[in-house]
Structures are given as structure tokens and as C-alpha cells.
Design a protein around this ligand. Structure first.
Ligand SMILES: C[S@@+](CC[C@H](N)C(=O)[O-])C[C@H]1O[C@@H](n2cnc3c(N)ncnc32)[C@H](O)[C@@H]1O
Length: 439
């Protein structure tokens, strides 16, 4: 009997993520999942996200059982092994025989030898707690990598920049499914909500599948992490002002800015045409397309926009290390040199943005990265080349957000907004607010 539809799809998505750089959450919400029954879709999601989150821990136990490094195992049997080991170790409801059989079926596409190998290895995969298996592991980096299922270099730098306890808490948050946060606060049939943690205007899904409701499909309800919502509030869009959202696609923050400032003139700039189309679709669904002008352009080059702006939001491209619970594959993709490389791009975009600011206007810089190179260091470099800018302490701006549910001080680190993943049930973000001198 072939593998079940949920496992076949999970395997297909994991191969696309690893071989073609796909994003699991996009693939799990794409056309390919539509034919699945709801229970199968839930299982496929659990398997894909679980395997990506726990990859290093799974690889450790597979490596022990196979008596060879996981990297030496070809991709398809390796993926079948990870799926099998995840079910054996993490899903009580799947009988061991089923977990092994399904993975053997998946590996048959590679040939009978691969199927036999997967069968033999999975029969030796230990179901003992990881802590016990790691007790004799002498190499510290290997041990931490398996224990927290994050790259050792990432854990090491988070320990150094924050603290070992904070690094462990961030990794723990990344390894569980994050809550589904949404806005605006309104009842939706079939869905039970809890209040937002950071914002009175946010809700968290307690029960029910919001994505399957007409309210979500018609664009009356939006799914957006609460820390990401908070960034739009931090912009404090001026009622009748000119607002520019730089690096805007897919448009979560643009749509919220449009809702927060219905009278404002909003512009949204995005480099990639395909992503600009996603942004356009998003704004159409939000009923805001006639109020937002989309510009497809490179923000590091002279902009095809005239006039100055009262607010400019630069939600820059970044490593995304604050979103690893939502995008677990990123932790295996990001390289130690990436924060420094992206910081150059972020600075270049910010320098252009500084030139577009009206006197007295505000430039808000945000990244969903935990890396200091992409946070405070970028702002230090910006201030060195744009002396007309000064930092407005984030706490002062946060203190004026009427819908904030937590003390502003809980969201700041020095003059910055800093939310660590798991501090609240949100992604991690860094943000800085800068003002231009009025004369
Ligand atoms: C972090 S995402 C923005 C998310 C968006 N603000 C939201 O809330 O939905 C960064 C965006 O910047 C875009 N981007 C990357 N380089 C750019 C550039 N040089 N100029 C303009 N946009 C760029 C990417 O295509 C991506 O859509």
C-alpha cells in the first residue's frame, strides 16, 4: 500500500524546501493542499513543521541508528527517515509499525535498496528521551545543536548577545507551533478567540480554523503576528499625512497602516514585481487598493516618487531569525556571514529613505531579525552618514499607543523596540524610530 496522502504531501513539501529553497508555510497554504481532507492537511502541516523544527535532534538520533553522518544519506531516504523518526519520537498517536511502514513506502521511489535501508535504520531509532541519549555526547556544540535543534553558531551568538537563558527560551519558543494572531477584533462564526497579548485591537485564535472561514477568505479578518502588527502601530500614521511603506510586500503592514489612517495618502514600494502583485492582491482584498499607490522599484536606487513623506516605514529584508517558529527552515538556511551582508543592504535602503523624509517626519526601521548587525549596528552606521537624523526613544512612542496592553518598558531595550521570540507569544522584532530635524 502506498504512503498516505498526508505523508506523501509532507515528503514532497520537505523536498521542495530543501532542494528549491521553498517556504513550508507558503507550500502548505498553496493549491497542492486543497485536495486533502482537513484531517490530512493538519497531519501534513504537523509533519512538515515538526520535522523542520526538530531537524537537528532527529538527525542526531538517525545518525546514531544509521552509524553514519546524515549528510551522507541521499535526500529522499534522508527525508523519509526524518519523517519516520519524527512520528516515532514525537507523535504518540502513530503506532511505530505505521511510522516505519509509511517511510519505507516513501523511500521506494528511490529504489528497493533505499527502502530496505530506511526500514533497517528506523527499527533502530531510539525512542528514549533526548537528554539521556545526549548524556554521553562529548562535543558541546553537537550536543547543544541537537538539544535545542538550532545551528550551534546561532545559539552561541544569541547566548553572547542576550544571555544563555534568553537563547534557550528563544529556541524553545521556535520549536513549538506559534499562536495564530489576527485583527480586527470581531466575532467569526466557528472560531473562538482570546484577547491579544500586546494589542487591544488584536485577537489570538483559541479554537477553530480561521483560514477556512468566509471572514478570512473575504479579507474581513487578517492573520498577522502581534509583533508585526505592533510595528504598524509604532509608525503612528498621521491622519492626513503622506506615508511611505518601503519594502512593502506582501503587504501585512501596508494593509494595517491603511486601516489605522483612512485619510492618509499611502505609497508602497517593493522591488520584486511578483511580490508587488501579491501586495496589490492583498490591498484589493482589504478594500484599500484605491488608497495605496504601489510602486515597483529598487529602494537602493533613486526612487520614482516625488515629494517628501511624514512617515517612512522601512521593514527591511533580513535574516528573519525572529520568525523561526513560523518559518523553521530559515534556521538551516541562514549562514553566519548573512547578518553582516544584509546589514549593507539595509543601510543602503535607509540612506535613501532618510533623503525622502519631510522636516519633522519620522523614519521607522524594523527587522524580524535577532542579530545585532541588522539592528542597533545598522542605526549606528546610519547616524554616522545622516547627521540630520536623531533617535526618538521607542519607549516614548510606545507610551502613546492607546491600544497597547503591556507596559512600554517591556518592549524596549535602550532606545530601541526589541521583542524576543517567546518573551510574549510573538515573533522577534527590532525597531528604531528616527526623526529628521525640522529645519
Ligand atoms: C521583510 S519583507 C517585508 C514585509 C512587509 N513589510 C509586510 O509586512 O508584509 C521585505 C521585502 O523587501 C523587498 N525588498 C528586498 N530588497 C528590496 C529593495 N532593494 N528595494 C525594495 N524592496 C526590496 C522584498 O522583496 C520583501 O518583499
Amino acid at each position: 500500500m502506498p504512503a498516505s496522502p498526508a505523508r506523501q504531501l509532507a515528503c514532497e513539501i520537505l523536498l521542495l524546501v530543501e532542494e528549491h529553497g521553498g517556504y513550508a508555510s507558503d507550500l502548505l497554504h498553496s493549491q497542492r493542499t486543497r485536495a486533502l481532507a482537513p484531517a490530512d492537511r493538519r497531519l501534513a502541516t504537523e509533519l512538515v513543521m515538526g520535522v523542520l523544527r526538530w531537524r537537528a535532534a532527529l538527525d542526531y538520533v538517525i545518525g546514531r541508528a544509521a552509524r553514519r553522518p546524515i549528510a551522507q544519506i541521499p535526500l529522499l531516504p534522508r527525508t523519509a527517515l526524518r519523517l519516520g523518526a519524527y512520528q516515532l519520537r514525537m507523535l504518540d498517536r502513530v503506532p511505530a509499525s505505521a511510522a516505519v511502514h509509511e517511510s519505507v513506502e516513501l523511500a521506494k521511489a528511490e529504489g528497493p535498496k533505499a527502502a530496505g535501508f530506511v526500514n533497517a535504520v528506523l527499527r533502530h531509532v531510539s525512542r528514549a528521551p533526548l537528554a539521556g541519549l545526549l548524556a554521553n555526547e562529548t562535543e558541546l556544540a553537537r550536543r547543544r545543536e541537537a538539544e535545542f535543534s538550532h545551528p550551534a553558531w546561532m545559539l552561541e551568538r544569541w547566548s553572547r548577545f542576550y544571555s544563555p537563558e534568553a537563547a534557550a527560551a528563544m529556541a524553545e519558543y521556535d520549536n513549538a507551533p506559534p499562536p495564530v494572531a489576527c485583527w480586527p477584533p470581531q466575532p467569526v462564526a466557528g472560531v473562538e478567540f482570546a484577547p491579544g497579548q500586546l494589542l487591544r485591537t488584536a485577537r489570538r485564535v483559541k479554537a477553530g480554523e480561521l483560514t477556512q472561514t468566509p471572514a478570512f477568505r473575504s479579507g474581513r479578518m487578517w492573520i498577522q503576528d502581534e509583533a508585526s502588527q505592533l510595528i504598524a502601530h509604532l509608525v503612528q500614521p498621521v491622519a492626513c499625512g503622506r506615508i511611505l511603506d518601503v519594502c512593502a510586500a506582501p503587504g501585512s503592514k501596508t494593509a494595517l497602516l491603511a486601516a489605522l489612517a483612512p485619510e492618509a495618502q499611502i505609497f508602497a514600494l517593493e522591488r520584486h514585481v511578483r511580490r508587488a502583485q501579491l501586495l496589490a492582491r492583498r490591498l484589493r482584498r482589504a478594500g484599500a487598493s484605491d488608497r495605496v499607490q504601489i510602486v515597483a522599484a529598487d529602494a537602493t536606487a533613486p526612487w520614482p516618487l516625488t515629494g517628501r513623506f511624514d512617515r517612512i516605514l522601512v521593514d527591511a529584508p533580513c535574516t528573519g531569525t525572529g520568525t523561526l517558529a513560523r518559518n523553521p527552515e530559515i534556521r538551516w538556511r541562514v549562514q553566519p556571514q548573512d547578518p553582516e551582508r544584509l546589514a549593507q543592504l539595509q543601510l543602503s535602503i535607509l540612506r535613501r529613505a532618510a533623503g525622502g523624509l519631510a522636516p519633522g517626519g519620522r523614519l521607522i526601521y524594523s527587522v524580524c531579525s535577532m542579530e545585532p548587525e541588522e539592528g542597533p549596528d545598522v542605526i549606528t552606521a546610519l547616524l554616522a552618514v545622516c547627521p540630520q537624523l536623531r533617535v526618538l526613544p521607542a519607549i516614548e512612542v510606545l507610551a502613546t499607543i492607546a491600544d497597547l496592553r503591556v507596559p512600554a518598558a517591556a518592549l524596549t531595550e535602550g532606545p530601541w523596540l526589541r521583542v524576543l521570540p517567546g518573551r510574549f507569544a510573538t515573533d522577534g522584532f527590532f525597531a528604531a524610530v528616527l526623526t529628521a530635524a525640522s529645519s
